[in-house]
Design a protein around this ligand. Structure first.
Ligand code: AMP
Ligand code: MG
Length: 389
């Protein structure tokens, strides 16, 4: 069991250093190293070393039915991992790598740890666009499996302090390379129908609009579709609801809040929905509707919760911050600059925990561009507890 996590400082503007060599050595020898990428901080291990990959799952408390993304520093590292792939895959790599696009490709049997693929006949691969990530993977000389460097279920880390909050003492090293870029995880796609279409399995930094430049026909996995949160929303009850069932909403799948405050859960529709992801510790509800109606509903709920003695929080956009009064107001950024709001989302979600908030309400934004990935993460953080006002 690891007890001491070392911090290595690497300057993204000038990554070549003894620290890069040390991080590479640790990875090659079976250690776990967290490093910045242009999406979020990742927790890496040698993808071909089964014991090393197991350490990722142990450190995060991650369920083993959730596969990992393999990170490479160079296209030459790809061919040993996968079976021959389509021309479409190559065109996507040409257009979006290095960058926040993960491709699900046919795996070459027996090369990566079976935990990396979760027993599937595919492997998810990406080539990140971050100088520190690229330098460390190149120094390791092996493909690096890396999920986000957070405890399973918690918001992903976008700063080194988030990594240490969750994993200090549980991993060998963390690289301090400044703030991550996009702030949301990569877009995950698979190529379908013989290369004539793409299916988005997880929305992220590369948007559907971007992908359409290469492949005009885009489909969505059920859990990744825009408006998917709308389809699970319930109408607001006329009177403010009482507290939902006690305890944190975790690992229980999509939920709806029934009148009277009881939670109902439907069976998970896919492994990705079985777990509350990206979630603060408090119970969070996503509110859809016009800003005035949303704030009126939320302020009513805040008053009721405060009367019960609960600490309240709201996740709101700059334009509407003045409409709110709660114990903790997390202003995530402007609706006019959703890219910037995305960079701050996970830090905002973590700020509720830092302030001991027990009940949280979040505003919605349009699901265009990065807004799609943004709403996908907020809906998951709310364990699909969604209300339409
Ligand atoms: P994380 O490691 O937390 O960034 O999440 C990795 C994401 O990639 C999850 O949504 C996985 O379900 C998805 N993923 C990884 N490998 C595969 C694969 N072979 N097929 C489908 N989805 C995958
Ligand atoms: Mg993750």
């Amino acid at each position: 069991m690891i007890s001491k996590t070392i911090t290595l400082r690497i300057d993204p503007a000038n990554p070549d250093s003894e620290s890069v060599a040390q991080a590479g050595r640790l990875l090659r020898e079976g250690g776990t190293v967290a490093f910045p990428t242009e999406t979020v901080y990742g927790l890496g291990a040698n993808a071909c070393d089964h014991a090393a990959v197991q350490r990722i799952f142990e450190a995060k408390g991650r369920p083993t039915d959730n596969p990992l993304i393999v990170h490479i520093a160079d296209r030459a590292q790809l061919d040993p991992l996968v079976l021959p792939y389509s021309g479409i895959a190559r065109r996507l790599m040409d257009r979006f790598w290095p960058g926040p696009l993960t491709l699900v490709l046919p795996v070459r049997p027996g090369v990566v740890s079976p935990h990396v693929t979760a027993g599937l006949d595919t492997v998810a691969v990406r080539l990140p666009a971050h100088p520190v990530a690229l330098a460390v993977i190149a120094a390791a000389g092996c493909p690096v499996a890396a999920p986000s460097a957070n405890s399973s279920g918690r918001p992903s880390p976008t700063e080194v302090s988030h990594v240490l909050d969750d994993l200090d003492g549980r991993i060998d090293a963390v690289i301090d390379g400044g703030a991550a870029g996009v702030g949301l995880e990569s877009t995950v796609v698979e190529i379908i129908d013989g290369g004539s279409a793409l299916r988005i399995l997880r929305p992220g930094g590369v948007t559907a609009e971007d992908l359409r430049e290469v492949v005009p026909r885009i489909e969505y996995d059920e859990v990744a579709a825009p408006g998917q949160s709308a389809s699970t929303a319930r109408e607001a009850a006329p009177a403010a609801a009482a507290a939902p069932d006690a305890g944190r909403i975790a690992d229980i799948g999509p939920a709806i809040l029934l009148p009277g405050g009881r939670l109902a859960h439907s069976a998970p529709r896919s492994p990705g929905m079985k777990y509350a992801h990206y979630a603060p510790r408090g119970i969070m509800e996503l509110v859809q509707g016009e800003p005035a109606a949303a704030s009126a509903y939320i302020q009513g709920e805040v008053r009721t919760a405060r009367a019960r003695g609960e600490r309240t929080g709201v996740l709101v956009f700059t334009e509407h911050a003045h409409l709110y009064d709660a114990d903790h107001i997390a202003v995530v950024g402007s609706l006019a600059h959703l890219e910037t709001a995305a960079q701050g989302l996970y830090a905002a979600l973590r700020s509720f925990d830092d302030n001991g908030v027990q009940r949280i309400w979040a505003e919605s934004c349009p699901e265009q561009g990065i807004g799609h990935a943004f709403m996908n993460r907020v809906a998951k953080a709310a364990a699909h507890l969604i209300v339409r006002v």
